[in-house]
Design a protein around this ligand. Structure first.
Ligand code: SF4
Ligand code: SF4
Length: 543
């Protein structure tokens, strides 16, 4: 029996999980169109491979992974590409992004799906194939899985943890997946273990999911994997928190659980990995909880790209008192900018908000230094101090107080008797620090460019001067000497003038002079012009 450990703080918000777990997972029907964003993962956006009018097959590669941290994107069904353009996407920024829109033909015609014999492929080749299958973490972070499955210089990750905690209220997609598809989750965990060289595989599930725990224990019966029921306490599903609960090892400030030899994946990621490797299916669908202010909350298997509006309609007629849709949970999720946005790899839950379910927060009051936020913080921070620093724009101080260890779990918000939106202050402070960092990098770059330009101008000037000096040295003409030595040239010109004067040449009698004398005068005038030029370049030259 494994000894469980505890983490600091945590809260017990109302669960609201019952509503969406009474019915099994349903298959969402084909929508009228599929809007597939090319950036559904952390890192570089995929490069589009199709054009308007192209026919595509279900599972066909339509966006190629671009760079090391990137993922491929596939057509969720067969049909015709109707747009490759920017469209609204589900992102807290509310900014649109590049999407490929497909009008389904209803045939659901697949590309050829070729399963992989993962035990015979080299680790790097297998990771490359996972990148091309578009696999990314489905717990919310959507980090490309092939990168997390690379132990790198460490050689192995001794501990693999499957995260089935699903600690946020309202969300039940992982619970239902474990209840109904436990065998494939375990198959995915075996492939992960193979790639990571993990000696132990731990599966942590909150004890408010007894059916999921039972199903996973049955699926793991023939393996050495441990399915561990952990106490229900938000945010036990946080990477650092679950690592601490299961292993007793605390991730140091600024560090990651991988520094402790622990790699963690969501159970849904393990499931999609098994579908990819064992069935050759790219990631084109996921389980989504549709709940909140709807008639029939439940979980659906949904094609990526399905408009949220069409998915919500499956759960009943839209209610007039709905005031926005939350993507994710109420603690860490965000309100969607529009219902036209599509379901993406990160969409684990859609909650229709109503004033009855989510009453507006009471007015914010001043901080009374009660320290309830510090007691609830699972990272053992001092949220009230971070709040003051963020409010006073003392960002350096906020960093000193480990602002970047904050996981934005919202526990401090939840307990604050003054109803201060603390997490908003931390997000603001983080974004300001990032913006300043970016500005500093840009200023450094601009300064380097300027210095490089000055050096180039100086070098070119010197090169020109050297060339001129070489040319002057090679020439015997007095005019060239004039430019090289203006003082000498001035003396020479004065001598010539005196000569002409002695010969009686003045401007009045010039026309009467013989041709040779006129030629000589012209040469003298030319030398004077050169001398003038030289004087202009070196005004200090005494004449
Ligand atoms: S819980 Fe709220 S009022 Fe209490 S110390 Fe923290 S920020 Fe201040
Ligand atoms: S949001 Fe940040 S500061 Fe607040 S409780 Fe969570 S980790 Fe602590």
């Amino acid at each position: 029996m494994r000894t469980l450990h505890t983490f600091h703080g945590g809260v017990h918000p109302a669960e609201h999980k019952q509503e969406s777990t009474t019915l099994p997972i349903a298959q969402a029907p084909l929508p009228s169109q599929l809007i597939v964003p090319l950036q559904q993962h952390l890192g570089q956006r995929a490069k589009p491979l199709v054009h308007v009018g192209d026919k595509v097959l279900k599972g066909q590669l339509i966006g190629q992974a671009d760079g090391a941290i990137s993922c491929a994107v596939h057509a969720p069904t067969s049909g015709t590409v109707s747009a490759v353009d920017v469209a609204p996407v589900p992102h807290p920024s509310g900014l649109p992004d590049l999407c490929i829109t497909i009008i389904p033909d209803g045939a659901e015609q697949w590309v050829e799906c070729i399963p992989l014999d993962y035990e015979t492929l080299s680790a790097s080749e297998l990771r490359q194939r996972l990148r091309d299958f578009g696999l990314a973490g489905l717990g919310g972070a959507v980090f490309p899985s092939h990168i997390k499955l690379n132990p790198g210089v460490q050689g192995t990750f001794p501990t693999l943890i499957l995260n089935g905690a699903e600690c946020e209220p309202w969300i039940t997609c992982d619970d239902m997946l474990m209840r109904e598809r436990a065998a494939e989750i375990v198959a995915g965990a075996k492939i992960m273990q193979h790639l990571l060289g993990a000696s132990e595989v731990l599966i942590g599930i909150e004890d408010n999911k007894p059916q999921a725990i039972a199903a996973m224990r049955t699926a793991c019966a023939e393996t050495s994997f441990e399915v561990i029921a952990i106490p229900t306490l938000y945010p036990s599903g946080g990477t650092k928190q679950l690592t601490q609960i299961l292993t007793g090892r605390e991730t140091p400030s600024g560090g990651r659980s991988t520094d402790l030899g622990v790699q963690m994946f969501n159970v849904a990621t393990a499931y999609s990995l098994a579908r990819a490797v064992l069935h050759g299916e790219p990631l084109i669908s996921r389980i989504v909880t549709v709940t909140g202010n709807v008639d029939a909350p439940r979980n659906y298997e949904v094609l990526l790209g399905t408009p949220v509006k069409e998915l919500l309609a499956l759960a009943g007629t839209p209610r007039t008192d709905t005031q926005g849709i939350i993507m994710g949970g109420p603690m860490m999720g965000f309100t969607l900018p529009a219902e036209s946005v599509p379901v993406v790899k990160a969409t684990n839950c859609l909650i229709a908000k109503s004033p009855a379910l989510f009453p507006p927060p009471p007015p914010t009051l001043p901080c009374i230094r009660c320290t309830q936020c510090a007691q609830a913080c699972p990272v053992d921070l001092q949220p009230q101090d971070l709040y003051w620093f963020a409010r006073g724009r003392e960002f350096g101080k906020a960093q000193e107080y480990n602002l970047f260890d904050c996981i934005e779990c919202g526990c401090c918000d939840y307990v604050c008797p003054s109803h201060i939106p603390l997490v908003q202050y931390y997000r603001y402070a983080k974004s300001e620090i990032w913006a300043r960092e970016r500005e500093k990098q840009q200023a450094d770059l601009a300064r380097e460019r300027h210095e490089f330009r000055l050096a180039r101008i100086e070098r070119e000037k010197k090169e020109r001067a050297d060339k001129l000096a070489a040319k002057t040295q090679g020439s015997k003409a007095p005019s060239a000497n004039a430019e090289a030595d203006p003082k000498k040239a001035a003396i020479q010109a004065a001598i010539e003038r005196a000569k002409l004067k002695r010969a009686g040449v003045t401007p009045q009698n010039v026309e009467n002079l013989p041709t040779e004398t006129l030629k000589e005068i012209e040469e003298i005038e030319a030398r004077r012009a050169q001398l003038k030029q030289a004087m202009e370049k070196q005004p200090d030259t005494p004449v």
